[in-house]
Design a protein around this ligand. Structure first.
Ligand code: 3PG
Length: 208
């Protein structure tokens, strides 16, 4: 198994977090842990993102620290310098794959086709995000990928939530599912951390 798989194999749910502020992101990280979730994908979608990632790292909160929405190779060195556990991109480019290889950042690149998958495999990767999963009929696509790409594992993301997460997780080539449903914007901005923790608990319960 790859180092990334070893890192994430017990994760099952990957919360996709928008870092509205450093404080809010720290609150989210604590709430996720309280709710039984052991990983966080902090997306590079706000100006606070890199500071939020640094602060979660420095906080000592016991959570696997991932970066998300990596849309170019531009931030890979900064991420490597912080020392995150993994980095997720919505798509895949050669520049990004090279940057991952050169810096040692463990990439989980997004794919939506066999060709994109094969590009990532050329760089030795065996785990991928499937994005945007529900829009591209990801459930059927993952079943089809199980034939030619039987050794590859996926984290479908995009349009996943309580109604369909179990269906995806039950596929043999899915090792976790990602999404933003665990961190609703309203709850985060109101600091309703127990609400976030409870959504996590309820989501994990759906998998048992
Ligand atoms: C992502 O960034 O991975 C997706 O936008 C998350 O998708 P969701 O908001 O449908 O969960």
């Amino acid at each position: 198994m790859s180092p990334l798989y070893n890192t994430l194999q017990h994760t099952r749910l990957m919360p996709v977090v928008t870092p509205y502020s450093v404080e809010a992101t720290l609150g989210i990280a604590r709430a996720l842990v309280e709710g039984g979730i052991n990983a966080i994908e902090i997306t590079l979608r706000t100006p606070a993102a890199l500071d939020a990632i640094r602060e979660v790292k420095a906080s000592g909160i016991d959570i696997l620290l991932g970066v998300g929405t990596l849309t170019s190779a531009r931030n890979v060195q900064a991420i490597a310098d912080i020392g995150v556990d993994f980095a997720i991109s919505p798509g895949v480019t050669e520049n990004l794959l090279r940057a991952g290889r050169d810096t040692g950042v463990q990439l989980l690149p997004g794919v939506g086709s066999a060709s994109e998958l094969m590009l990532g495999m050329e760089y030795g990767l065996t785990e991928f995000k499937l994005f945007p999963a529900d829009t591209i009929n990801g459930y059927e696509l993952l079943k089809a990928f199980g034939g030619p790409f039987g050794d590859i594992r996926f984290c479908p993301t995009g349009g996943i939530g309580p109604a369909n997460l179990k269906k995806y997780m039950d596929l043999p080539n899915v090792f976790c599912v990602g999404g933003s449903w665990m961190v609703p914007k309203g709850a985060v901005l109101a600091g309703e951390w127990e609400k976030v923790s409870q959504i996590c608990r309820d989501s994990l319960a759906l998998l048992s």
